[in-house]
Design a protein around this ligand. Structure first.
Ligand code: PYR
Length: 316
């Protein structure tokens, strides 16, 4: 059977994700849903009309969903569901300021996903990311490996881009890593970062690395402050679409994602940004990497910071 992916939410993040997924041409069908009347159908029409130009065969279907799950039949048989539903930040807001509003939305969406696409792998991108991922798992009751969140790829891409710009080298020559939360306790990992295979610490002074670490942590807020309405979507959708593709192709690619951690790094019982091998079942395994003592400490602090908030969402 052909592959099917659903993107819930037709804002900029959702629509750009749907576009990227369609243009990959690895899915038979991309379903995009929203509660706004007409918008997903209009986007689908427009995306399908780009098929002869871009040369992809994937069909895009746009569906408006109702408050009692009306329309959700369209997601039946989805291999992957990307949940983008929820409000984005406004300038000056932290992702955590969205907690209660987005928890209601993500819970309702997740319950419908569980009902209509019970075998799907769920990729959550709604903010606050680590908490919404935990909530989607609770609300779907899917096995924890089948629910993951997108953030580490985005934060890693931001770090890599800042390093490439600072050194004026191709982005291809830069490898970085960012773990931890998609929030204040984000953990960029200089000890695992290289430029043309050389350790970042050998090609950039510590002070400059620290500046880029801080810039990476503020990467999303910097975009929000400039856009004034809405948050980033080009880099976030590139990351979410890559994850969905890895699931569809059962690629086994190792990516930084928000995954359930069960003993790795001495941390247990929490959704946290770590590297994981991604495939048809979602997270095949969490991949533990050597961190220096400070980085490991920061990762453990991140785990404790998100743990209490993830406990709160159970009642939201
Ligand atoms: C970000 O741009 O970081 C988001 O969380 C969307």
């Amino acid at each position: 059977m052909g592959k099917k992916v659903t993107v819930v939410g037709a804002g900029f993040y959702g629509s750009t994700t749907a576009q990227r997924l369609a243009e990959y041409d690895v899915f038979d069908t991309v379903v995009i849903t929203d509660i706004v009347e007409g918008k997903p159908a209009g986007l689908a029409l427009d995306l399908n009309q780009s098929r002869p130009i871009e040369g992809f065969e994937t069909k895009v279907v746009g569906v408006t969903t109702g408050p009692n799950g009306e329309g959700y039949e369209a997601i039946e048989g989805s291999d992957v569901v990307v949940i983008t539903a929820g409000l984005p930040r406004k300038p000056g807001m932290s992702r955590m300021d969205l907690l209660e509003t987005n928890a209601k939305i993500v819970r309702q969406v997740s319950e419908n996903v569980a009902k209509y696409a019970p075998n799907a792998v769920v990729i959550v991108v709604s903010n606050p990311l680590d908490e919404m991922t935990a909530l989607a798992q609770l609300a779907t009751q899917f096995p924890k490996n089948r629910v993951l969140g997108q953030a580490g790829m985005l934060d890693t891409a931001r770090f890599s881009n800042f390093v490439a710009e600072a050194l004026n080298v191709p982005v291809k020559s830069v490898k970085t890593l960012t773990l931890g939360s998609h929030g204040d306790t984000m953990v960029p990992v200089p000890s695992k970062s290289t430029v043309n295979g050389k350790p970042l610490r050998e090609v950039m002074p510590d002070g400059q690395i620290e500046e880029l670490v801080v810039k990476t942590r503020n990467g999303g807020a910097e975009v929000v402050a400039l856009l004034k309405t809405g948050s980033a979507y080009y880099a976030p959708s590139a990351a979410a679409a890559k994850m969905a593709k890895a699931v569809a192709e059962d690629s086994g690619e190792v990516m930084p994602v928000c995954a359930w951690v069960d003993g790795e790094y001495g941390i247990s019982g929490v959704y946290l940004g770590v590297e994981a091998q991604i495939g048809a079942e979602g997270v095949k395994r969490v991949v533990e990497t050597d961190l220096d003592a400070d980085e490991l400490n920061s990762l453990k602090e991140a785990a404790e910071a998100v743990r209490s908030k993830q406990a709160d969402v159970a009642n939201m």
